[in-house]
Design a protein around this ligand. Sequence first.
Ligand code: G3I
Ligand code: 9MR
Ligand code: CA
Length: 728
Amino acid sequence: MPTARQRATVALAATVLVSTLLTGLPAVAADPPYERVLNGTFDAAKEPWWSSGNTPAAVTDGRLCAQVPAGTVNPWDSMIGQDDLPIEQGQPYTLRFDASASRPVQFHAVLQQAAAPHATVLNKTVDATTTAQTFTFTGTSPVTDTHGQISFQAGGATEPYTLCLDNISVTGGIVPPGGVRDFGPPVRVNQLGYVADGPKRSTYVTTATAPLDWRLLAAGNQVVAGGQTEPYGLDALSGDTVQLIDFGGYRGTGTGFRLAVGDDVSEPFDIGSHVYAGLRRDALAYFYNNRSGIPIEAQYVGAEYARAAGHLGVAPNQGDTSVPCYPGTCDYSLDVRGGWYDAGDHGKYVVNGALAAWQLLDLSEETGPGVSLKIPEAGNRVPDVLDEARWELEFLLRMQAPSGLVHHKVHDEKWTALGTPPAADPQPRYLYPVSTAATLNLAAVGARCARVYARWDRQFADRCLSAAEKAWSAARRHPAIYAPPGGEGGGAYDDTKLTDEFSWAAAELFAATGTASYKRFITTSLTAVDGFSWQETGGLADLALARVSWRLPILERLRLRGRIASVANSYLADLRSQGYANPYKPADGQYVWGSNSATANNAMILAIAADLTGSPAYRSAALESLDYLLGRNAIGQSYVTGYGERSSHNQHHRFWAHSLNPALPSPYPGSLAGGPNSHLQDPVAQRSLQGCAPATCYLDEIGSYSTNEVAINWNSALAWLTAYADAR
Ligand code: G3I
Ligand code: 9MR
Ligand code: CA
């Protein structure tokens, strides 16, 4: 995990800024000169510095040292560099660095456009000796480009040598890091729309402290309702001073409404009973689009999104049809075809896959058969949402070794480049070792599968149950096999606390079978602070029991309902106490990776509490949570592709990489971005979001995987919530 060392990088660059994270105040950029490189001091990590494949580089004694090979021709045949430095036309830049080499050598220091025509700010010859010296060069940029590149070009050597660099700095330019951000109109609304009989609120960013008049405008601009704003004050997590607008008294429906305060006018939105009808389908279409091992056909998704099947062994793919264990970990191969790609990458990870499949199974219990989808299985008499979940379940079953233990994940040896469609991935793929967490995830989702599928396909339900029971016994015999360390080419999904996984699996097995002996392993319950996630599954035990409360004695049933209601109360309070209503309010004031899924999952808990208690306040809060995801937030961003005027459309994805390659499509409509992440865990976020207020730490850029990736467990949460919002 990159967290610790990347935090160090952040801390370093943050010295030029007044950090919101520390002061709680909105970010204020210091005056120029601005530092343009990241991690120029190599205190811990190498990233985001890179080097040519023939020039291995590593951090040694706090410097970056590279092994420059002999026998290359051009200076750029052996490089060390960093990308995405912004350069501005007519602005002077100063490059400063320390360099030494294992023998006296010459190399080039270059600041230029990364891509053709490579317009150059400076290109200087450096005479390095065995003693470190400081070099300073200046130049003026002939162009404006956000993709400037600093490189040290050492090609053309006749003998190999070691080149060490440190304290690299590039200063210049007048645009503050990250540029000037545009958050759209200060009247923030749900840019998709409001459910006719649901809550209708908006947040207005203003320094005014007294109530103001608001107007609701219909499509033709006529005022159809009006009232007074309610002063709120400083919203801590955004740094905004806001007022609230409640237009719930308006009973009309239609499209193209806008809210206005003075001259400030919101983005347009609808009001209707079925504003989520389209999104609930698209949120589920995410899964077909991300299937592995099957062609994605134009008849279901349109020509633009059609693509060849990935990882069936057709060149250049190596195929998931017979994947060997990671060298030295076991001596067999498994057929682990199918399933969904996890996210923007081509990995398939059992813990996350199980959670996402579980959420679709739970959705089928929440709303019944649900809507029909454009998938090959449509019309087979099984609800389409279950067909989709089964695509993943079949893969999860394949990940089980004969011992009953389950492999943690399958992924590429190295990360492929963005813009690589699944079928073009040439990397070797490996099966990574078994883990107790993956095993328990299969036990849990397998048990849920057995219960849900019982009325649709008895045979499949039986397969699910026997795999689940086998997994459970294997996990009992091997309770502490932890996920292997991250490594290259795939996510870690690491977890060293498994009491929650044992408890969830036991609850699902009890729910499926009624076998009392599982009950003593149910040791966790839902808590507001943990909610649930791929890593923290303790709360899912209660959500499992809630589906079969008839199996519990009356007293236990009442307690269960009380626990879920008390968590819902807490989320309700969190939602009401924020300027931008949101049931996610992290206690430490920091947004996590995938924060949008925390919002959606907490909203799901509110919805389940509404089901259990009949309390309309919980349903309202669940619906109001969608406002946050769809634009009523600190940056006026709809985080769902294709829904809202200002919607995310550059998410991190290897096939939906239109922003890098115009021949590839943008993300499919209905794709949820990960959302604000305080920890700035990628170089793009580190460069552009220094000092961001937690709720604003988001960039709709393809490179920002820590704020702007898509993922199966995030879209499953959106699918669940939008289906709920549409069904009631
Ligand atoms: O558990 C700690 C918590 O105790 C702490 O308070 C909090 C704040 O620091 O951090 C929590 O851990 C976080 C963890 O997710 C669980 O939420 C880590 O900081 C955070 O780095 C970690 O992020 C995960 C990320 O991978 C990096 O491992 C995301 O949840 C996860 O969604 C993401 O998943 C990636 C896959 O690795 C690869 N495929 C794409 C996918 C989506 O981006
Ligand atoms: O693309 C990867 C994304 O799916 C992951 O969530 C992320 C963190 O594990 O890593 C991304 O891959 C990047 C890698 O970590 C570092 N080199 C650049 C990769 C992005 O293209
Ligand atoms: Ca856990």
